[in-house]
Ligand binder design. Structure first.
Ligand code: SF4
Length: 417
């Protein structure tokens, strides 16, 4: 009987892509998916090491699965925790049979002792898509050195995939029924810089992907790389969705974060894009409580949030990460102050998001039906933003025009037109 496997995924969309590729490899090796971890012979936990909370969740998941499967299954830990704390994990978790980072020989085959080739995870095949949308990872690693971020230290410098490899994956996904491709990378707009082909390879890539699939969406754009040509390219895809990685708006604090820009520049850019693309939707995320964040910095962020009227915003408490530049900075912000600032920001943003959703009532939008009853227009990224509740009669995978009739917080209700 074929060996059965279970893959448990934690963390961000980029991890989900890795898990899909691991699944594709396991299927290619002749394993079959199990219905539950208890029924598997091989259990893989794809971990997240982004912040302390994510690491704890990863450890809890590993221990929970170890309890659940006992000696009946081989337990393998991979992903960011394995890359960042591989030796410690292997030493401290005897329940785990193997800890494997990506880009090393991965022992996930029918027997653990069999030598397997070095796997290039970025270019592994993936299984048939489960939804009419899919993430496609175009690069791994990052060449920047943002003060708070440990990713470059364990994911390494940026390694972009070749255009033919990406387009090949997009074509296979489209054949499998995918109508929206979400391009992801740690620093998406820097795609291709490491290939020696010069800057801005992202623009022809976006155009080429847009020529093969109905929708292409870009996640994680560093603001200095949002050039006019990239804005035009995004506009011409029909999905004017801008996920800007801003992190803060105070110039001195951004410099302490070793990042580019300031609130005024960001506002000018956002206004210009709105002038060019009235349907543009903006998402961003901000770190609250970075070492040295003053009351003045916080006030600037509040003023920016009010002025920018972004559609979707995530506010996150700063998390001190070993080995980062910020880990040794002075000026730690007391946790209770961080919570107060977070609450104040969220209180300000929530009605802005709701008002921007309310404004859509009465309009006709095109949605991609993710599953019966659930759709998304260009304004909603999958798994991150709100949704559009649609009539259940619309079949999954269809692009349909619907009229928005109500809004409830981040979600909208729509009827067929
Ligand atoms: S651009 Fe993103 S991944 Fe790269 S160092 Fe900065 S925060 Fe980390």
């Amino acid at each position: 009987m074929a060996r059965r496997f279970w893959v448990e995924t934690l963390g961000c969309p980029k991890n989900q892509v890795d898990s899909d590729k691991l699944t594709g490899t396991l299927l290619g090796d002749g394993l079959v998916p199990a219905d539950a971890p208890d029924a598997a012979d091989l259990v893989v936990v794809n971990t997240c090491a982004f912040i302390e909370e994510a690491r704890q969740e990863s450890i809890d998941t590993i221990l929970g699965l170890a309890d659940r499967v006992g000696d009946r299954a081989e337990l393998v830990v991979t992903g960011c925790m394995a890359e960042r704390y591989g030796d410690e994990l292997a030493a401290e978790l005897p329940e785990v049979q193997a800890v494997v980072g990506f880009g090393v020989p991965v022992h996930l085959g029918p027997t653990r002792t069999r030598e397997r080739p070095r796997l290039d995870l970025l270019n592994l095949p993936r299984p048939a898509p489960r939804a009419p949308w899919a993430y496609v990872k175009v690069a791994e690693g990052c060449d920047r050195a943002c003060g708070f971020c440990a990713i470059p230290s364990f994911r390494g410098p940026q390694r972009s995939r070749s255009v033919p490899a990406i387009l090949g994956e997009v074509e296979t996904l489209v054949e499998g029924g995918v109508r929206e491709v979400v391009l992801v990378a740690q620093d998406l707009a820097a795609y291709g810089r490491d290939q020696g082909q010069g800057e801005r390879r992202i623009v022809p890539l976006v155009e080429a992907v847009a020529g093969r699939v109905d929708r292409v969406r870009l996640l994680y754009l560093y603001p200095s790389d949002l050039t006019d040509t990239l804005v035009r390219a995004i506009g011409s895809t029909g999905v004017p969705y801008f996920d800007l990685s801003l992190q803060h708006v105070s110039r001195p604090l951004l410099r302490r974060m070793r990042r580019w820009g300031d609130g005024e520049r960001f506002l000018r850019r956002i206004d210009a894009i709105r002038g060019q693309l009235p349907e543009a939707t903006f998402r961003s995320s901000f770190i609250v409580g970075y070492p040295g964040e003053t009351e003045r910095d916080h006030d600037q962020l509040l003023a920016f949030v009010e002025a920018a009227q972004l559609d979707w915003v995530g506010f996150f408490a700063y998390s001190r990460e070993d080995g980062t530049y910020a880990a040794d900075l002075d000026g730690a912000v007391p946790p209770e102050m961080v919570h107060e600032r977070l609450a104040e920001l969220r209180e300000l943003q929530d009605p802005i998001t709701a008002a921007r959703r309310d404004r859509l009532i009465g309009s006709v939008v095109e949605v991609l039906v993710d599953e019966p009853g659930v759709g998304r227009s260009h304004r909603e990224a999958p798994e991150i933003d709100g949704i559009v509740n649609i009539p259940a009669t619309l079949p999954a995978g269809e692009l349909a025009k619907v009229r928005i009739v109500a809004a409830a917080g981040p979600d909208l209700d729509a009827e067929c037109v």
